[in-house]
Design a protein around this ligand. Structure first.
Ligand code: PEP
Ligand code: MG
Length: 837
């Protein structure tokens, strides 16, 4: 189709305050990735055509459409932010794709209140998506009414020609830059280059080894294969070419040198020093061998072809939009946690999803009658092949990012839940798993888990320990390159993944496992008996559970009680909040599963790294230091009241103990105690359950004596106590080996907690991961802990360990550990004093 290329004035499609794109609360629009334009915060409920033209695309969900004006400008009109999630509800389309519309014509009517209530923002976008051919000049800057002139769209063909005549010397600028650092122009730096180029109206290209790529295309840039010591030409064409060139040179230097210090794929972690062995960090112990299964494959059946291109394009559009919005969520979280690397990686993923090369390839294939699924897969695989053919490891690794996106979009297209067919006894390798992945893998009898990323105290790790599923985290991205089906050995205790074990090693692993099995059977035979040290000190060995089913297993495994029920995991896969009655039933079920044993139920601990769909909390700059744990009662007191009421109605109430997470001052405890008394009175209860406090921030440990005056017991959460004492994120892959509760500072806080509690005759338990570590058992006994709440599969082992200890000797030797120089030194000393056989 030919266009008149005339300049055009767009009129306002909505009434309301006008904003520049930079002020739009959405990364993609704000960055200009979709094109240049303007935004309006609408006060009316109908979108009008900003010009005469043809509707060339309508989103199935009615929230967005694109009009091609007669001068060829393609104007995307997008109502609200993340409105795709309304799935069409609240939108009434008044025009069809292909219709010719005239300036001011009503296009879409929408429910203003609904969008305001259910979506991120009402702010609506007017974007010229083929901005390379047009230059935009805003006319309105404040509040505007429908039909008023808003934006000039000036054809670049005309304006460039004019500039060329006026000032030919300044329409093109170029320079060379040598890449001196290790690394190269792969996903993250390429995304930075792309973003930089988008800040200018000039068109910029990089040229290398006879190939060129537009700076608009991440894939194009990566496909150049620019690496260390390569000399690259940069050209910028346009009226701001000089400034664009300077900015790109600066971005190239920064991007590439930064990459050399912090390469995306090489997260700091234990070094791989042994050939054929990947070294990571133990998240759940065990020794297993089996075939490796890479978790990501969706196999598509043969495509019969002949699909309706329009339909398939719409499918692809909405799948892409769904994945983009998931990634945007991840980005928001990463940003809140100031996880810069994660943010950069996902920003690159987002850019890849918008990459013109990729989208054009997929669209082209769909237009030939292929299904959106196959078109997307083929487009990705073609790009992976380009990256792999470069023969440079860093670029080959980026193919993994593309494959990730391939899977995510395919899942969205197929409307598939995360589902995988596991070969029996497989050792699963994944980038990083979520708690729900892990639950599914465990249900499918995976033998072990290894992850490129992740931390040993993450909730996935906790779940793996709970399931007795050997798990190693922070292995690095090499683990994703191991060919599927290869037989490997996962020596989780030592954080090792052996890639090429020989037959003798296999036989040895089987032998060790048989011996362990025998020992476990012996321990298991004693598991129901109480655990006493050699000198007669009773240590209660309870279990950490997340459901009544786990409580049942714990009971069968000999748990002396439940030491921690994490109530936030009870309804984890729910979208609606459980009411009081449902909660009561869930708590009662755990009590019932435990026979006559006591159950410690922790009030809900959301916030930080634990988020629940049914309980959205305000976004925070630093959620781990924000409204988490008991602090949530500050903003949602009714939720805590509801939970306490549910807890007070279980029977028998004396078997239920209530535990408060993240307490940091005595007043918090006093406040909840008082509230509990009021609720008991309301429910006409004569007895009151015991109330305990978690010691998981240093402030609580330091105030243990004062807390113990008002609490019935204290329970130390070593996972968070390590994180907050050592100032190391418990989920940080690079710090996983160092977030170790055996650090002498932690041991001092544990000692102080026990001394403070003893002054008021209170008992102290440990429910963090340290309690499940047999090396720590004598230390905890020695420091005065009398209850260990461990993961259910480890009850028998920890009881056995207790029975081999002399408490007096533990007391004497553990004091010496407080003066050692590091967690490592403590561990060495423990091995020496109380060797693990
Ligand atoms: C802890 O912090 O040690 C703890 C037991 O709580 P969670 O792991 O659930 O944060
Ligand atoms: Mg905690």
């Amino acid at each position: 189709m030919s266009h008149n290329n005339n300049d055009l004035t767009l009129s306002a499609p909505l009434s309301g305050p006008v904003l520049t794109l930079g002020n739009v609360p959405d990364e993609v629009f704000a960055s200009g990735a979709m094109g240049d334009g303007i935004a309006i915060d609408p006060l009316n409920d109908c979108l009008h055509a900003p010009c005469d033209g043809v509707v060339i695309h309508v989103a199935r969900t009615g929230h967005a459409l694109t009009i091609r004006a007669d001068n060829g400008a393609e104007v995307l009109l997008h109502v609200g932010i993340d409105t795709v999630e309304l799935k069409g509800e609240g939108f009434a389309l008044l025009v069809k794709e292909g219709a010719r519309v005239s300036n001011g014509q009503a296009l879409v009517r929408f429910d203003l209140d609904r969008i305001a209530r259910q979506c991120k923002s009402l702010i609506s976008l007017i974007i010229v998506t083929n901005g390379d051919q047009f230059e935009l000049q805003p006319i309105a800057s404040q509040t505007i009414k429908v039909g008023e002139p808003m934006l000039r769209v000036v054809s670049r063909h005309a304006s460039t020609a004019r500039t060329l005549v006026a000032d030919n010397a300044h329409t093109e600028a170029n320079a060379s830059i040598r890449i001196t650092h290790r690394g190269g122009l792969h996903a993250r730096p390429a995304a930075l280059i792309r973003k930089t180029a988008q800040g200018f109206s000039s068109q910029s290209h990089l040229h290398f080894a006879g190939k060129s790529a537009s700076c608009d295309s991440l894939i194009g840039l990566m496909g150049l294969g620019i690496g260390e010591q390569d000399e690259v030409q940069v050209t910028c064409r346009g009226k701001d070419c000089d400034a664009a060139l300077q900015a790109l040179i600066a971005a190239l230097s920064v991007a590439v040198s930064e990459e050399s210090h912090a390469p995306v794929a090489v997260t700091p972690r234990p070094a791989n020093t042994e050939a054929g062995v990947l070294q990571g960090v133990c998240a759940a112990p065990g020794l297993v061998c089996g075939p490796l299964f890479r978790l990501n494959g969706i196999e598509l059946p043969q495509d019969p072809g002949n699909h309706s291109a329009d339909e398939q394009l719409q499918h692809l559009d909405s799948a892409l939009e769904q994945v983009r919005s998931e990634i945007r969520n991840t980005l928001d979280h990463a940003r809140q946690r100031k996880a810069v690397e994660e943010e950069e990686i996902f920003a690159a993923h987002l850019a890849l999803l918008e990459d013109p090369t990729l989208l054009e390839a997929a669209t082209g294939s769909i237009e030939q009658g292929n299904a959106a699924t196959h078109a997307w897969r083929d487009a990705i695989q073609a790009q992976c092949a380009v990256l792999l053919a470069l023969g440079k490891p860093l670029f080959a690794e980026r193919a993994n990012d593309l494959r990730d996106l391939q899977q995510r979009v395919l899942r969205a297209l197929l409307g598939e839940a995360w589902h995988f067919e596991l070969p029996a006894g497989a050792i699963v390798a994944a980038h990083e798993l979520t708690p729900s992945d892990l639950l599914q893998l465990s249900a499918q009898n995976a033998a072990g888990i290894c992850m490129a990323e992740g931390g040993a105290t993450s909730h996935v790790a906790i779940l793996a320990r709970g399931k007795g599923l050997p798990c190693v985290v922070a292995l690095g991205s090499e683990v994703l390159d191991v060919p599927p089906g290869q037989r490997v050995v996962l020596d989780a205790v030592n954080g090792r993944l052996e890639l090429t074990p020989d037959d003798a090693r296999h036989a040895q692993v089987h032998q060790i496992r048989d011996a362990q099995k025998l020992r476990r059977q012996e321990q298991q035979a004693q598991a129901q008996a109480p655990a006493k040290t050699l000198d007669g000190v009773s240590i209660e060995v309870a279990a950490n559970v997340a459901s009544s089913a786990e409580a049942q297993i714990a009971h069968e495994n000999g748990a002396d009680g439940v030491g921690l029920l994490r109530t936030e995991f009870l309804f984890v896969d729910r979208r609606t909040a459980p009411d009081e009655q449902e909660q009561r039933q869930a708590y009662q079920a755990v009590l019932d599963a435990m026979g006559d044993k006591s159950v410690i139920i922790r009030t809900i601990d959301v916030g930080g790294d634990k988020q629940l769909d049914y309980l959205p909390l305000p976004a925070e700059a630093n959620p781990v230091l924000g409204l988490r744990g008991i602090r949530m009662a500050q903003v949602r007191p009714e939720l805590l009241d509801q939970q306490l009421r549910a807890l007070l109605q279980v029977s028998p109430l004396q078997r239920c103990r209530i535990l408060l997470p993240m307490v940091s001052e005595v007043d918090e405890l006093l406040h909840i105690r008082q509230r509990l008394d009021e609720l008991c009175a309301e429910l006409e209860l004569t007895q009151r359950p015991e109330l305990g406090v978690m010691i998981e921030v240093p402030a609580a440990a330091l105030m243990a004596e004062q807390l113990a005056e008002h609490a019935d017991f204290l329970s130390i959460g070593t996972n968070d106590l390590s994180q907050y004492t050592l100032a190391m994120d418990r989920d940080h892959a690079g710090l996983a080996a160092r977030v170790d509760a055996m650090h002498p500072a932690l041991l001092r806080l544990i000692a102080q907690t026990c001394i403070g509690a003893a002054k008021h005759g209170r008992w102290v338990g440990v429910c963090g991961a340290l309690a499940s570590d047999p090396l720590a058992t004598p230390v905890l006994i020695g420091l005065g802990v009398s209850e260990l709440s461990v993961s259910p599969p480890q009850i028998a082992e920890i009881k056995d360990r207790v029975r081999h200890m002399d408490a007096a000797q533990c007391r004497q030797l553990s004091l010496g550990l407080l003066n050692l120089s590091s967690a490592k030194a403590v561990r060495q000393a423990c091995q020496h004093h109380w060797p693990l056989s």
